[in-house]
Design a protein around this ligand. Structure first.
Ligand code: GCW
Length: 737
């Protein structure tokens, strides 16, 4: 008899062959030339749709970018390259309006034509970084104007115009006004100075510290282009588990060199500050934030940085968490620590982003309660140039978590969102998980802080509690891999993050649509299925890893495969602390009868989560310990539902594979093959997750996996013995295949 694995493989091969055959017969043209993914969503390939191409060529014949500044030069370079690629012809840079078809870009200051157009009211609404794109007549000739109040606003507009062409949209009667809803749109690198990347799955750090400042990799510019095209305006270059060395004169010069490359693209640099730097670097005996000598050391350090980088953004700090030094080492509060640094950068217009991700050295009753317990009492105690940066959920970037209860709970302190773009807990480089829906789910969650409609988005964009400063951060998934992110589809997460940072009310489905068009193809027989695949992908991961509100049952340290059985020295880092499986049931009781974490939410969210009848299935085991045989909404028992979800997760991956095979020949083979092989890995590993986790939980429930499901490939003992290769960043377990 065939084993499940062999039968699966045979089915997959047959399917692949039949789909490939269908695709070949249907398409009858050879696939487009191979690509490696380096160009991201800025591919600028010739517009394939003939009528659109004709429309674009008629509407765009000249490029007019008057004035001279580094950003204006970037605009004309990007538009010249982009239009040449998309239209398949050189668009001359000109200043006259003798013919139809000028694209006029700039600000009322850089361009007299723009100053003379009736755009004042719209531009006023666009603010410092927004833009207006309009079809207009200038001297009787048709033109497209792209105007900002600043050069950077105009640059964002230029990228927006290019997107219009890249997504095959009409440019006939253009009337677009857009402006970011959040001020600080940050990309946080967890990059170490030795070029390793914490939770980075795309090779080494981009920053070539040894070669800086004298040698500048061309990649820095492409990095800036990509970020600027999605509106990111700040980058934290270094890991929050910080190394004080980056604050040394030698490194400040290197950081300044990077800042010079990024500046024309509207991107400021920020650094992580190691709280004990005054001791480690300054030779002081203490880093006590209330000590005068310590304060002076930081002021001098800030002055020194600003001499080299006049537009330096400020500091990001992780303090008193997971062993990092901080103000509590001196019996001071987080506010004392943040305010000291804020005071040092304030004269230069800098800011401090202070993280609320605090895991102290004591084992708490419930680890998810800590941030709220420590920070809520400090509301109002921070200087005006401090933002408190809060992870999307109260635990740690799990495949699914309820929103963090701090959102809405600190009306006097600007709270920033911290998302993780790098998929530490969602299959890292290989598994396809489009995070747009995860981001959107959190942003749309209703905190009820000021009644119905108090969404997380409205907290962080400042509209709910009138924050003077607003910000959002994403932990980067970028490295030296040729495709930047370790896989083609991980690019979509960088892209979606940027787009949602610009406007957190956008739909992740629309963003996926744009990304597919710009990255792969405008052909609807590609866009539609690939979008569907992306939109089910995150739920697939939730299902085969941590369904029904389970969390943190990944193997320890690398967080890649399953490890609900793992034993660790600290209780609150042990999977069993989170899943709490026993002979009665499974799940963490966070109601009043348990840790009472529900209390941190506003009513009626609190009651909704606390009550077994109203808690969403997706968060059931996050908030409740549920008996194995208890009935669920569906009528099935908890055990049967758990089994159903684990199997559904694997099924979804298989359906993603089928969908992907269906587009063979419609995109280039190189990227097609890479994605296909990664989906193969994902299918195997989804089964590994399912079979290992369910059989482990079975040792508590003693209930069967119903006969209608395929049997696990190996017994539990096999998975318990499995040791993934030691590579901490990319562990693989070929044995499961
Ligand atoms: O998610 C956890 C990670 C750590 C990380 C920490 C944090 C930078 O496992 O690698 O450290 O969170 O966010 O500070």
């Amino acid at each position: 008899m065939w084993s499940i694995t062999k039968r699966d493989t045979a089915v997959r091969v047959l399917l692949a062959l039949s789909f490939a055959f269908a695709a070949r017969v249907g398409a009858q043209t050879s696939p487009p030339p191979n690509e490696d993914g380096y160009d991201l969503w800025l591919r600028y390939r010739l517009v394939p749709d003939a009528s659109r191409l004709a429309e674009y060529r008629a509407a765009i014949t000249r490029l007019v970018v008057p004035g001279d500044s580094p950003t204006l030069r970037v605009i004309s370079d990007e538009l010249a390259t982009g239009l040449q690629g998309l239209l398949g012809r050189t668009i001359p840079i000109d200043e006259s309006f003798r013919v139809d078809g000028s694209v006029i870009v700039g600000t009322p200051r850089s361009s007299r034509t723009i100053a003379a157009l009736p755009l004042v009211a719209e531009l006023a609404r666009a603010g410092r970084e927004g833009f207006v794109i309009r079809s207009v007549k200038v001297a009787g000739k048709r033109a497209i104007v792209v105007a900002g109040n600043t050069d950077v606003g105009a640059l964002y507009g230029a990228f927006r115009l290019l997107r219009q062409l890249q997504t095959n949209a009409s440019i006939a009667e253009l009337s677009i006004m857009d402006a970011p809803r959040i001020q600080l749109r940050m990309l946080d690198h967890w990059d170490n100075l030795d070029r390793t990347v914490e939770r980075g799955y795309a090779g080494q750090s981009l920053w070539e510290w040894k070669r800086l400042p004298d040698s500048l990799s061309p990649r820095y510019r492409d990095y800036a282009r990509a970020n600027s095209s999605i509106g990111i305006n700040g980058t934290v270059l270094t890991n929050v588990n910080a190394n004080a060395k980056v604050l040394s004169p030698e490194y400040i010069a290197k950081v300044a060199a990077l800042a010079n490359v990024f500046r024309p693209y509207g991107i400021r640099v920020y650094l992580t500050a190691r709280f004990s730097a005054p001791i480690e670097m300054g030779g002081l005996k203490t880093a006590d934030p209330l000590d005068a000598a310590v304060r002076k050391w930081w002021r001098n350090k800030a002055d020194e940085i600003y001499r080299a980088i006049p537009d330096f953004g400020g500091f990001l700090v992780k303090a008193n968490s997971e062993g990092q030094p901080g103000p509590q080492d001196y019996k001071r509060t987080h506010a004392d620590g943040a305010n000291m640094l804020a005071e040092a950068v304030a004269p230069h217009g800098g800011i401090v982003m202070w993280r609320a991700f605090v895991y102290s050295n004591e084992v708490p009753l419930d680890r998810t309660k800590q941030a709220y317990d420590e920070f809520k009492p400090l509301d109002g105690a921070f200087r005006s140039n401090v933002l408190v940066q809060v992870k999307n959920g109260p635990l740690d970037f799990q495949p699914r978590e309820p929103f963090h209860p701090l959102f809405g709970a600190m009306p006097k302190t600007p709270l920033m969102m911290e998302f993780q773009i790098t998929k530490e807990y969602l299959g890292q480089d290989t598994h396809l998980a489009y995070l747009g829906p995860l981001f959107e789910e959190v942003l749309r969650s209703d905190t009820w802080a000021k009644g119905k409609g108090s969404t997380v988005a409205s907290v962080i964009d400042g509209s709910l509690q009138h924050y003077a400063r607003t910000g959002i951060a994403g932990v980067a998934n970028i490295g030296t891999d040729r495709n930047w992110t370790g896989s083609q589809f991980n690019q979509a997460n960088w892209y979606a993050y940027g787009r949602l940072a610009w406007d957190p009310r956008q739909s992740s489905a629309d963003i996926a649509d744009d990304w597919i068009r710009m990255t792969f193809s405008n052909d609807s027989t590609v866009v539609k299925p690939v979008k569907h695949m992306m939109l089910i992908s995150r739920d697939a991961v939730v299902d085969y890893m941590t369904p029904l509100g389970l969390a943190h049952i990944m193997a320890s340290n690398h967080h890649y495969g399953p490890g609900p059985w793992a034993k660790l020295p600290r209780a609150d880092q042990t999977p069993s602390y989170f899943h709490r499986a026993d002979s009665i049931g499974i799940g963490f009781d966070r109601t009043a009868a348990g840790s009472n974490a529900v209390e941190q939410y506003f009513p009626p969210v609190r009651e909704r989560f606390a009550n077994r009848d109203s808690v969403p299935d997706a968060f059931l085991l996050w908030f409740h310990h549920v008996g194995w045989n208890e009935p669920m909404r569906s009528g099935a028992t908890l055990w049967d539902e758990l089994v159903r979800h684990y199997y559904a997760g694997v099924d979804s991956v298989r359906s993603m594979e089928r969908t992907w095979i269906g587009i063979q020949g419609k995109i280039d083979d190189a990227r097609f093959d890479e994605v296909e092989s990664f989906l193969g890995i994902q299918e195997h590993e989804a089964r590994w997750w399912r079979d290992a986790a369910l059989q482990y939980f079975q040792t508590f429930s003693h209930l069967p996996i119903p006969d209608r499901y395929e049997r696990p490939a190996h017994p539990l003992s096999f998975y318990l013995e499995l040791h993934c290769p030691a590579d901490r960043t990319r562990p693989r377990c070929p044995a499961v295949y």
